[in-house]
Design a protein around this ligand. Structure first.
Ligand SMILES: Nc1ncnc2c1ncn2[C@@H]1O[C@H](COP(=O)(O)OP(=O)(O)O)[C@@H](O)[C@H]1O
Ligand SMILES: [Mg+2]
Length: 283
């Protein structure tokens, strides 16, 4: 696998599920296509990615700021849990921002690291220089949207793409944290239908389906152990499990469009091959 495919998860709205999605998508991509390397890093400064993927007390190797160096190290990051490579986060990113001149620096840095396979970038809820670089470098962008204000914010990402003449087809809206118990009278019966209709009206493409708001997923992120538990392993009886699997298949199909049997099955990382489970189809 020599190809590289960069997936940026971006939204100016906080709390729409970006980081949770980035972490879990990395694991689903690995489970679906174990031969493809998966690398994840985050410009968020709360170290969720590090907490989940760091193995034991393994010393961090470098950090995300080094991606902006003129010659980033070739061995940036390290193999983490679930066979996923992660580049450590950095708490104090603001001083680094001052030194970043231009939106193409991250793309150049990633190119020089020689990373291959899927590269997932989690961003902060602001269109700062890091998010701009992450958007510019992306082969596809996932924009999680949970309400109309978040949808209105998506306009800034589209405007950024237009400004730099990047193809809008790289962008996809993902209705997120949908609570199907909320019902509306009239043509749009729930938040998902409403958001989808609004996106289409704005000319935005959407992923098939949505991500439900799930108390189980919330408890996997926030619990007395202070740990993050992946949905694939600890939430397999949830709707969100099937939704993440379906999303991962769409992401793979967009990245490497050849049809493959493997796209139809999800394996639990680290489990015996016999423990293969079926997920839902994307459509
Ligand atoms: N599918 C989901 N169902 C319920 N809660 C979720 C889901 N995804 C994320 N959350 C919760 O929502 C909050 C925000 O998620 P997070 O991934 O940190 O969003 P962001 O990175 O966009 O700020 C967290 O408390 C997280 O546990
Ligand atoms: Mg976040």
């Amino acid at each position: 696998m020599e190809r590289r495919h960069i997936i940026t998860i971006a939204s100016e709205k906080g709390g729409v599920g970006k980081t949770t999605l980035a972490i879990n998508l990395a694991i689903y991509l690995k489970a679906l296509r174990e031969e493809i390397p998966v690398t994840i890093f985050s410009f968020d400064n709360h170290f969720s990615v590090d907490r989940l993927f760091r193995i034991g007390n393994q010393a961090p190797t470098g950090d995300v700021s080094q991606l902006f160096w003129p010659q980033p190290p070739q061995d940036l990051g390290g193999m983490g849990e679930f066979g996923i490579n992660f580049i450590p986060s950095l708490g104090a990113l603001d001083p680094v921002a001052l030194g970043i001149k231009g939106v193409e620096r991250l793309a150049q840095g990633i190119e020089k690291t020689g990373l291959t396979g899927f590269v997932l970038i989690d961003t902060r809820p602001v269109l700062d220089i890091f998010t701009q670089n992450a958007l510019f470098s992306a082969d596809q962008v996932i924009i999680p949207v949970k309400d109309l204000p978040a949808m209105e914010n998506a306009a800034d990402i589209y405007a950024f793409f237009d400004l730099y003449r990047l193809p809008r087809k790289r962008l996809r809206i993902l209705p997120s944290l949908i609570d199907m118990r909320i019902r509306f009278p009239g043509p749009f019966r729930n938040t998902f239908e409403l958001l989808r209709a609004y996106a289409i009206k704005c000319g935005y493409r959407c992923f098939e389906g949505y991500i439900s708001k799930s108390p189980k997923v919330e408890s996997l992120n926030t619990n007395p152990q202070g740990r993050i538990y992946p949905v694939l392993i600890h939430g397999r009886n949830t709707e969100v499990h099937n939704q993440y699997a379906a999303l991962a298949r769409q992401v793979i199909q967009r990245a490497f469009p050849e049809p493959t049997e493997q796209n139809q099955q999800v394996k639990t990382p680290g489990s015996a091959p016999s423990q293969v489970i079926s997920g839902s189809r994307p459509d």
